[in-house]
Design a protein around this ligand. Structure first.
Ligand SMILES: [Zn+2]
Length: 286
């Protein structure tokens, strides 16, 4: 009788452990894009104040300021992601405990999935746009991350010596956030544009037209010299991808320009995206 009870107790403990491992998060969906055994990459410093801490397909960045860190996008929620992300931050020489803000630029799982687990560890404020908070809360239900603040068109985040200016640029999701901020290459300042979701994902004609108008507006923002991307393959057709660029950065000679400082490539990328969007609008109108 004693042994029988012990066995059922062991089973209960094992069952509890099993339940606990999946407790607090929605069912995981492993695919080649989020499988860390395929997608793990070495993190690297892009600029004096910008660090890539993402994986082989989707990006996550840390901006270092004089008063703490800002994490942008949290990647997926699969097992191992929290450790992977925190490890990458440590590998580039930064302290995860110094993260003050976490920004979620769009309400797709590859960008916000890691947020609930990070909220248990970091003492940071999490922000996204209203429309995408609603998306996240709908998709993740009871597992959704805590809403600390809502980012609106024209908002700014100032932390120490750093200012991020936000724009709401819908089309990929209804509340996609883009950021204008300064990056520094050995002390030289450049203005960067970080589009939080530059792939059109709507068949609604008005939304497509809004996306187009936004791209045409972005083209006219003066002095953008650097493009920061949230997926490795976002670039003009004649440019190289994020990791090829990282290779160039690693092997860069003192006399060479920073591979990310490429205003013409940014303009060409916008031109191509504008043309593609115009074609889609034309096809949708017919
Ligand atoms: Zn997306």
């Amino acid at each position: 009788m004693f042994i029988k009870n012990l066995n059922s107790l062991s089973i209960a403990i094992i069952a509890l452990l099993f339940l606990n491992s999946s407790f607090g998060q929605p069912p995981q969906r492993i695919n080649p894009r989020n499988d860390l055994s395929l997608m793990a990459r070495e993190p690297f410093q892009v600029f004096d104040n910008l660090f890539f801490v993402g994986q082989g397909e989707v990006a996550s960045y840390v901006i270092e300021t004089s008063d703490g860190l800002i994490l942008i996008d949290t990647m997926w929620d699969n097992d191992g992601y929290t450790e992977y992300l925190l490890d990458n931050i440590i590998k580039v020489g930064l302290e995860p405990k110094n993260i003050k803000y976490v920004l979620i630029l769009q309400g797709h799982r590859d960008h916000y999935g890691g947020a609930p687990a990070l909220q248990k560890i970091l003492n940071a404020q999490f922000g996204a746009a209203e429309e995408d908070w609603l998306m996240i809360e709908r998709d993740f239900g009871e597992y959704a991350p805590r809403r600390d603040f809502v980012i609106k068109e024209g908002d700014e985040l100032i932390l120490g010596n750093t200012k991020l200016a936000f724009e709401i640029t819908p089309g990929h999701t209804p509340g996609t956030i883009s950021i204008i901020f300064s990056v520094f290459d050995n002390g030289t300042e450049y203005k960067a544009y970080f589009h939080g979701g530059p792939a059109l994902r709507t068949e609604d004609l008005d939304a497509m037209k809004e996306f187009l108008a936004d791209l045409e507006r972005i083209k006219l923002i003066p002095d953008i010299e650097v493009q920061v991307v949230n997926h490795y393959d976002i670039h003009a057709s004649t440019s190289d991808d994020l990791f090829a660029r990282a290779e160039r950065l690693k092997n860069r000679k003192d006399s060479e320009a920073h591979p990310w400082v490429a205003p013409d490539e940014f303009q060409l990328w916008l031109d191509e995206l504008i043309l593609d969007t115009k074609n889609r609008i034309e096809n949708a109108s017919n």
